[in-house]
Ligand binder design. Structure first.
Ligand SMILES: *Cc1c(COP(=O)(O)O)cnc(C)c1O
Length: 388
């Protein structure tokens, strides 16, 4: 099955047997517990909904299929899925390496909880150069955490090159694939061990459900992660599992439109005399455009850029657009805009932001799937108003 077909059919089969009603979409199974006919045998394998739920099961099969993976697990949020990776693969005294340009919340989780409270030391490195990752490896390194493209600086990591370095030393590689979505990038195929998504973003795509996902091929690793999912309990609820099943059905068509709109906006901004720089992996001017072409099948819907102006003007720009809601998050059908230094990345210390090149006036856009002419017109009127 091709991607679009898997996205619609895997996990859902109308039940036409045993008095099944033949629903063409999987029902929302809200029951917290499942009755047995026989004390020794759980009916249809279900006992208690934290451990297993038919709606979540359908979703987990779908999630696996979208990453060409054998297994998928669904969580209450992207961060809950990340915490599950750390709780399952690390212990006190271990070391992990993470890309120095991560989603702010990922960094807060690794540093404030695992490093500061559980003695799992974290080294943040510029993973754009695989050699920097190799250099940071210690005898007790157990996990490498990548995010590509990164948030918000659109930096890329070479997944295959880093996986090769890691596997030579028995180190696991996890990739946050939120920005690309499963449609444009499949890190397991490039050699990663675990793929993670904040499904809150593109995978669900409608800004109406917080969720997270992990996909993997190794059976023992799946068992470990599933054990923690049940033991720590950060599962995705049945209603959100249903929403995500529904969202994934249109992932392919949405991503194609997100990308077309983002490409048009990125090109418009790049050609504008009062725009200092545009960060979009699909532009030939992106320093890692070649890697993007090789590693991704498309460039996604996220753009960051800097105006040739003051921080005040950048703030006014984000308030002057009509169709781009001034809001955190990304990946929904509606366009969004934000100032990372003030909003999503405010928890990253200012000196650290400077070190990785995150300017206070950097603007991030999540291009929605509205008509692109409306979006371009909107950007144009806001630029005129702010830079006059
Ligand atoms: C939003 C986001 C997360 C965190 O996911 P939540 O669903 O908000 O917990 C992690 N990584 C990236 C790249 C994100 O954009």
């Amino acid at each position: 099955m091709k991607f679009e077909t898997r996205a619609i059919h895997v996990g859902e089969k109308p039940n036409l047997k045993d008095g099944g009603a033949g629903d063409v979409t999987v029902p929302i199974h809200l029951s917290t517990t499942f009755a047995r006919k026989d004390i020794d045998i759980p009916t249809a394998g279900y006992e208690y909904s934290r451990s297993g739920n038919p709606t979540r099961d359908a979703l987990e099969q779908r999630l696996a299929a979208l990453e060409n993976a054998r297994f998928g697990l669904a969580f209450a949020s992207g961060l809950a899925s990340e915490a599950t990776v750390a709780l399952s693969t690390l212990q006190a005294g271990d070391h992990m390496i993470a890309f120095d340009d991560l989603y702010g919340g990922s960094r807060r989780l690794f540093t404030r909880i695992f490093d500061e409270r559980f003695n799992v030391k974290v080294s943040y490195v510029d993973a754009r150069q695989p050699a920097n990752v190799a250099e940071a490896i210690r005898p007790n390194t157990r996990l490498i955490w990548l995010e590509t493209p990164s948030n918000p600086l659109m930096k890329l990591c070479d997944i295959a090159a880093i996986a090769e370095i890691a596997h030579a030393k028995d180190i696991l590689v996890a990739v946050d694939n939120t920005f690309a979505s499963s449609y444009f990038q499949n890190p397991l195929d490039a050699g990663a061990d675990i793929v993670m998504h904040s499904t809150t973003k593109y995978m669900n795509g409608h800004s109406d459900s917080i969720g997270g996902a992990l996909m993997m091929n190794d059976e023992a690793l799946h068992e470990k992660l599933k054990f923690t999912q049940n033991a720590a309990g950060s599962i995705l609820a049945p209603f959100d599992s249903y929403l995500l099943l529904r969202g994934t059905k249109t992932l392919a068509v949405r991503m194609r439109q997100h990308e077309a709109n983002a490409m048009a906006i990125a090109k418009y901004l790049e050609a504008h005399s009062r725009v200092k720089s545009v960060l979009y992996p699909g532009l030939e001017s992106h320093p890692q455009h070649d890697l993007a072409k090789r590693q991704m099948s498309g460039y996604g819907g996220m753009i960051s850029f800097e105006l040739d102006g003051t921080l005040e003007q950048a703030k006014r720009f984000t308030e002057s657009v009509r169709y781009f809601a001034l809001a955190e998050s990304l990946g929904g059908v509606e366009s969004l805009i934000e100032l990372p230094a003030v909003m999503t990345h405010a928890s990253v210390p200012p000196e650290e932001r400077r070190k990785i090149g995150l300017a206070d006036s950097l603007i991030r856009i999540s291009a929605g799937i509205e008509n692109v002419d409306d979006l371009l017109e909107d950007v144009e009127q806001a630029l005129k108003r702010v830079l006059a």
